[in-house]
Design a protein around this ligand. Structure first.
Ligand SMILES: NC(=O)c1ccc[n+]([C@@H]2O[C@H](COP(=O)([O-])OP(=O)(O)OC[C@H]3O[C@@H](n4cnc5c(N)ncnc54)[C@H](OP(=O)(O)O)[C@@H]3O)[C@@H](O)[C@H]2O)c1
Length: 384
């Protein structure tokens, strides 16, 4: 091939990618061209067929809160499912044409922020954060999983979180005891229930009463309504005097009751996943508001109160960051050894249910706005 042909082919390829860019804090996403990402060592390039949205992306869109190492314009997005377009050097688990679901970590520190961002037509992902997708599972169903299942696994199995025994290959887990999943009907919670049950633990979960049946279907033994004034008493009664092996606290305000229950039931560890107050009152558009300052002050005071309470009770309550599994054994345990078989044989189901809210990158902003308004036991998904 003549050297002059190569740049023109590259030019065609470059024009084929597009992303939903966040150009400045609190702006709406804008769809425009993006460079075609090239997979490096141990990475694969996915042609995305479905994307899902997460509270973390809503928060970043609300006020430049968390990912301070990202610079504008930026590509958000963590949940992708699609077809492998190309593989980088040393990739052994995938070939072009494979159907996959994957956790895109472009928003994380030290990653290639644009190439690995989820909200684009083509995304580079690490092969050790991807799972083959059986023909029986559609892209829109599978794409509910990546950040949620990764965060759940981090909370349950990482050494600095609950450090539980992970699932082993085959149907029976070897863990013993009971886990409380506060916020069981969240995306993270539904995956935490399944992982804990697969690992052999009994699970008590909280959710609104209307979602209790879903959680029982996923393997929870008891489901208690977290809005009930008796929620803490009912959870302790459900233990029948047994001690708790750990608590996963999901949802705004979950940390305080989680620590109280851990202290009363003898659990030594609580994995905190959410801030002590909701960010829902912060307007998404416009200038930084009084609501923003009020909310952040309440977050700081709430965190301090949780830590003081936990320390006094001898409970370790640590904040868990879902992406940390990419730097330890939990990542390969989940993405290479557990999910491929568990998805294929139906042991792990794609939960929560996907709700497709639009087609095309232009629909992602709508999905984020819908998520900001609140969802119940649903994952908002965009098809491409
Ligand atoms: N630290 C991390 O790395 C990390 C990663 C991912 C997510 N998160 C956090 O984890 C939380 C859940 O995220 P997600 O994507 O799983 O959420 P999601 O699927 O959007 O959660 C929706 C569910 O939240 C439940 N919910 C609402 N308020 C609650 C509360 N105060 N306590 C307990 N449950 C509540 C609702 O349950 P009902 O309808 O049954 O009432 C609803 O079904 C968010 O706070 C998110 O920021 C943290």
């Amino acid at each position: 091939m003549s050297p002059r042909v190569i740049p023109s082919i590259i030019g065609v390829i470059v024009s084929l990618n597009a992303a939903a860019w966040l150009a400045s804090p609190r702006a709406d996403l804008v769809v425009r061209p993006a460079d075609m990402p090239v997979p490096g060592r141990g990475e694969i390039l996915i042609r995305n067929r479905a994307l899902a949205v997460n509270p973390l992306e809503v928060k970043q869109g609300t006020g430049d809160l968390m990912y301070r190492w990202l610079s504008y314009p930026m590509i958000l997005g963590e949940d992708v499912a699609g077809v492998v377009e190309a593989v980088g050097p040393d990739v052994t688990r995938f070939s072009a044409g494979d159907r996959v679901v994957a956790y895109a970590v472009g928003m994380e520190r030290g990653r290639r922020h644009d190439a690995e961002g989820g909200f684009q037509l083509f995304t580079v992902v690490r092969e050790d954060l991807a799972s083959p997708l059986p023909e029986s599972i559609g892209y829109t169903d599978a794409v509910v999983l990546p950040l949620a299942v990764s965060t759940a696994a981090t909370a349950l199995f990482q050494d600095d979180a609950l450090a539980l025994v992970p699932p082993t290959p085959g149907p029976a887990g070897t863990g013993t005891g009971t886990i409380l999943v506060w916020g069981g009907s969240t995306s993270v919670g539904m995956n935490a229930i399944q992982l804990a049950v697969a690992a052999g633990y009994r699970v008590i979960a909280t959710a609104s009463a209307r979602n209790a049946g879903f959680l029982r279907d996923l393997g929870a033994s008891d489901v208690v309504d977290y809005r009930s004034p008796d929620v803490e008493r009912d959870i302790l009664a459900g233990l029948s005097g047994e001690s708790l092996a750990g608590v996963v606290a999901i949802g705004p305000g979950s940390g305080a009751p989680a620590v109280r229950i851990a202290a009363a039931a003898g659990a030594k560890r609580v994995a905190l996943l959410s801030p002590p107050v909701s960010f829902g009152s912060i307007p998404r558009r416009g200038r930084r508001s009084a609501a923003f300052i009020r909310t952040m002050s309440r977050v700081a005071i709430g965190q301090l109160a949780i830590q003081l309470r936990a320390r006094a009770a001898g409970v370790r309550a640590g904040f868990v960051w879902g992406s940390t599994l990419m730097a330890n054994e939990v990542g390969p345990m989940l993405w290479e050894r557990y999910l491929p078989d568990a998805l294929a044989d139906g042991r792990h189901v794609c939960a929560p249910a996907a709700e497709v809210v639009g087609d095309g990158l232009e629909s992602i902003q709508h999905a984020l706005d819908r998520l900001h308004a609140g969802v119940s036991a649903r994952k908002l998904v965009v098809t491409l």
